[in-house]
Write a protein that binds this ligand. Structure first.
Ligand code: NAD
Length: 454
């Protein structure tokens, strides 16, 4: 497999793809490794994960450069991601033992009752490229912690990073027959669906997620899907500072080039502050430094995947054809690399693809609204249900709208944020199940009930 730099379009590395035979050997060895690993004391497994975190910290610059080279993520954002994802490890350090402990519900009378949380067994983690540390850690660290063995298939656009995970997990003491990173594209993913596994944990697009759920349904094993979104932000007229609200909204939309599952994908603004908000928003976007992702000052680098340029081009043309005003950007940039100009469209409506389909790039549609009811109706008008945000000075007013929306995460005066303390889950086409928090570890265990007559 050739690894191509999205910034220069040059081949930067070659990796050997995992063959069918190799995959079955991997599965056999993971099956052997799982039981002894699952029987180890929680503290011992935790020790390996904590050590892994230390190794990542010690080598953070090397890892950031690798991730930036293959995904085009600006170096500062790669560093932020790697350091930020460490919070999962700290959270496991503080809570894993408690979450995995057996629970005695009845310890008197003739029959005692308790729950023991057992690992699922060998699980697959098929992953995305946009935040390999965040979304990888959410799955494989929690799965390992719970005593499972893991076949990890990174995205074909983040395979060098995936191989680094494997190298350092092994170095941290996780046995080779407990974690294996396999290399390949969707066809390897497809083979994993056919393998004998005890759970499928997927991060990626709705189309692939749905295909995975359908394909493995007959196995009756847990399937968890963290999928895309079309996350709305509503800016009410009572925000304390319109310019600040515009800056925060722009960061939510354009961080990581808009390639975040929980990026702000559409914005609704009260007609009372619309013009002021749009002016401040455009000013902010025009200030972004676009360029070589290896430069620490760069905020917008290339897109990771070339094919997304066509999606963005079509969304711009569709929106303009239906009456949107293009305020900045709108096209790919000349020269090498998969660069697309940060793009702002205003006067948008829900007739336009940019307000309905996941853009996953540096483009945003802004629509004017006359009331909270109109905003609510537009925010709810989507097949996705990942996050929704409201900026307002009035907590009650914001929470009333947020509680009406069918989303897994609600943000008041913030957006595009994930925390290990609370579950991360999508509804409708955004997915199934939760990662993070105590629920995120429960996803990797199965309860066994004991009825005991001493
Ligand atoms: P994708 O669906 O194209 O690929 C994801 C993974 O699935 C890759 O590893 C790919 O090789 C694999 N795959 C492809 N075909 C397969 C098949 N037939 N069987 C098994 N595996 C197969 O998605 P992507 O482009 O890597 O990621 C972008 C998407 O992920 C966006 O929609 C984004 O919103 C979503 N995402 C969601 C979250 C979340 O937490 N909800 C986080 C990050 C990304």
């Amino acid at each position: 497999m050739q690894i191509i730099s999205p910034a220069t379009e040059e081949v930067i590395a070659e990796l050997k793809e995992t063959s069918k035979d190799e995959l079955s050997k991997v599965m056999e060895s993971l099956r052997k490794g799982q039981r002894p690993w699952g029987l180890k004391p929680v503290q011992e497994r935790l020790g390996c994960i904590v050590r892994f975190g230390e190794l990542i910290q010690e080598n953070v610059n090397e890892f950031a450069e690798i991730m930036t080279s293959e995904t085009g993520k600006p170096l500062q954002q790669s560093l932020n991601e790697i350091k930020g994802a460490q919070n999962r490890i700290e959270h496991l350090r503080q809570n894993a033992e408690k979450w995995l402990a057996s629970e005695t519900l009845v310890d008197s009378g003739s029959t005692h009752e308790k729950i023991v949380y057992e690992p699922l067994g060998v699980i697959a983690n098929i992953s995305a490229w946009n935040f390999p540390y965040n979304v990888g850690y959410n799955v494989f660290l929690y799965a390992l912690m719970a005593g499972n063995s893991v076949v990890y298939k990174p995205s074909e656009f983040a395979s060098l990073t995936g191989k680094q995970f494997e190298k350092y997990l092994w170095q941290a003491g996780i046995p080779e027959n407990v974690f294996q990173c396999v290399v390949g594209d969707g066809s390897l993913g497809q083979q994993i669906l056919e393998a004998d596994l005890d759970g499928y944990f997927f991060t990626g697009s709705h189309a692939t997620g749905l295909h995975i759920a359908k394909t493995v349904a007959h196995k009756l094993v847990p399937v968890q899907l963290e999928l895309g979104g079309k996350d709305p932000l509503y800016v009410m007229e009572d925000v304390a500072d319109v310019e600040q609200a515009a800056m925060n909204a722009a960061e939510g939309a354009f961080y990581n080039n808009g390639q975040s599952c929980c990026a702000v994908e559409r914005i609704y603004v009260s007609d009372k502050i619309y013009d002021k908000f749009v002016d401040a928003f455009v000013k902010e976007v025009k200030s972004y430094k676009i360029g070589n992702p290896m430069d620490l000052g760069t905020f917008i680098g290339p897109l990771t995947r070339k094919q997304q340029i066509q999606v963005l081009r079509e969304q711009v043309a569709d929106a303009r054809g239906k009456g949107a005003t293009l305020l900045v950007g709108g096209k790919e940039m000349d020269g090498k690399g998969y660069y697309f100009e940060p793009t702002v469209l205003c006067d948008c409506t829900h007739e336009m693809e940019v307000m309905k389909a996941e853009s996953f790039g540096p483009i945003i549609g802004i629509q004017k609204v006359a009331s909270d009811e109109e905003a609510l109706q537009l925010m709810a008008d989507t097949d996705y249900g990942l996050t929704a945000a409201v900026f307002s000075n009035d907590e009650q007013r914001a929470l009333r709208l947020l509680s009406e929306l069918n989303v897994g995460t609600a943000y008041w005066n913030c957006c595009d944020r994930v925390s290990p303390n609370v579950p991360w889950s999508g509804r409708k086409n955004s997915g199934l199940g939760s990662t993070l928090s105590s629920q995120g570890i429960r996803a990797f265990v199965q309860p066994k009930s004991f009825h005991l007559r001493p």
